[in-house]
Design a protein around this ligand. Sequence first.
Ligand SMILES: Cc1cc2nc3c(=O)[nH]c(=O)nc-3n(C[C@H](O)[C@H](O)[C@H](O)COP(=O)(O)OP(=O)(O)OC[C@H]3O[C@@H](n4cnc5c(N)ncnc54)[C@H](O)[C@@H]3O)c2cc1C
Length: 382
Amino acid sequence: MAEADFYLSEEQRSLQSTLRDFVAAEVEPLAQGADDDERFPVQVLRKLGGLGYLGLRFPVEVGGAGGSNLDYAVMCEEMARGSAGIALGVYVHTALACSALTEFASDDLRERWLAPALRGEAIGGWAFAEAGAGSDAASITTSAAVDGDDYVLNGAKMYITNGTIADFLVVVASTTPGQGLKGLSLFLVEADRPGFKVARPLSKLGVRASEMAELVFEDCRVPRENLLGREDKGFLDALRVLVFGRIASAAFAVGISRAALEATVEHVRERRQFGVSVGSFQAVRFGVADMAMQIEAARLLCHRAAIAADRGLPHGREASMAKLFATETCTRVVERALHYHGATGFMSDSPVQRYYRDCKVFEFGEGSSELQREMIARELGL
Ligand SMILES: Cc1cc2nc3c(=O)[nH]c(=O)nc-3n(C[C@H](O)[C@H](O)[C@H](O)COP(=O)(O)OP(=O)(O)OC[C@H]3O[C@@H](n4cnc5c(N)ncnc54)[C@H](O)[C@@H]3O)c2cc1C
């Protein structure tokens, strides 16, 4: 991060520099192998837990380390610079699964699941999407019916990050069928519950260092205390968790963009054609300058949204703008990075081809660009 980030406190700069060291030592060396094998290196999550990073942004009372949304955004950027896939697995665990437990779980459930999860001893997932319900959550068909003191879950979830390795999942299910968004509720489902199973692991184009699965619930019984938050108000409760996801997605995008820019500057400085370095051609210099400028703008939007959230200010529009701008910028920046690398960047062992595959998901995950534009337009009164 540049000196111009004067608004970061001493503690935030120190966090940033320690995380940068951690990523260089513990994440970057694993990034390509984890991508090749499509395996999430669980040991990274355990180490982050041991060092207290998983607790960032969580209250000390629940086993967290305190800290702000801006601190967390700094962590997302640094982690994604090393490996967007590993960063995604960590993010789903903390910002989605652990956040839902912090907001909505009973003290008992928090003690049993949240505290170990923040230490990296248990892994969480967030099971929202279904084969027929992506952007349109009202189409969710997984149901949770009351039966005595239990809820009984039936249905299937698709594209679930950490699905293969999760010890527990936060599951969105319909408690009042036919009511769409107004009939959804959140549940904690432990992975060893009878009736829950991983139907199959899913292989993907990018962020391959995170693992993904299709999950099935067949008469999967959970006690009433596993209801997180308010029955039938699960969509609104989920939105409270998800709004931060836009800021985190923006930070991921800045991290990947920065990795691509750093690789490009190094490459065009070294690579010689026509007797000079490629970076001495004005067409390339201008392109790289634009990449740097766009990344700075994306980071500012991201940090502005995080600071607004930290100050308790309305930040929905800011978060949407940050996510939209940063993720679309990232796709452009990474495309340019690959272009300026030529064939070198196109080879399977080049990190640049990984960035190229990793960036796209952030544009349509966590509310696609179209949905962000809709939200911004609505806030403008359109
Ligand atoms: C790597 C990865 C990890 C994921 N991890 C998780 C996870 O852990 N948990 C989870 O629950 N889900 C997860 N998902 C699923 C993710 O949440 C969905 O991909 C996302 O919600 C979008 O849904 P969809 O992919 O079905 O796309 P669709 O909703 O089918 O959208 C397809 C296209 O239509 C456009 N579109 C949709 N609605 C509108 C509209 N109203 N106006 C204009 N355009 C529209 C979209 O912008 C998009 O371009 C993951 C997906 C990926 C790829």
